[in-house]
Design a protein. Structure first.
Ligand SMILES: [Zn+2]
Length: 155
């Protein structure tokens, strides 16, 4: 079992579960599908560590804009996208089953992007290569939660 679904324990001593939640920033921006560990007991929650810098960066970037916004983190971040797709309909499964599916979906996503990267390189499309590189980096930040997969991504 990797660290992803294990979760840490809350300061109150209870187990924390992985969930996707909506976060509201300054009453005007709703960010959906944010992976958080939630305490079963006291409602304390923590944003998943590898995703946190991304969320903070996003909030900093939109700060000061007067627009209201509804966004989905799953549409902006590759790792969250994979997590989102795996957690759909995972209610009937054990943690081990969900984790196995996550690893598979994660690897599929990486392989798909590496294939795309090959195409982009062949076409000498620098912008596209950069974009794919960024998406791969979002995945590699998440890979620390998958110890068995730690060698999958080499630049
Ligand atoms: Zn608690």
């Amino acid at each position: 079992m990797g660290d992803l679904f294990k979760g840490s324990h809350c300061t109150c001593g209870q187990k924390m579960n992985l969930e996707l939640r909506m976060l509201i920033h300054q009453k005007k921006t709703r960010i959906y599908d944010v992976p958080v560990y939630v305490c079963e007991h006291c409602e304390h929650y923590e944003v998943l560590k590898p995703v946190k810098p991304y969320v903070v960066q996003y909030i900093a970037a939109i700060d000061g804009s007067l627009e209201h916004a509804d966004v989905s983190l799953a549409e902006m971040n590759e790792s969250v996208h994979v997590l989102y797709s795996v957690l759909q309909g995972a209610d009937q499964e054990t943690e081990a089953e969900v984790f196995a599916r996550f690893k598979e979906a994660f690897d599929d996503r990486v392989n798909m992007l590496l294939d795309l990267f090959g195409c982009a390189r062949k076409m000498k499309d620098d912008d596209w290569m950069r974009e794919i590189q960024e998406r791969l980096e979002q995945l590699s930040e998440f890979a620390v939660l998958l110890p068995e997969n730690s060698n999958f991504y080499a630049r």
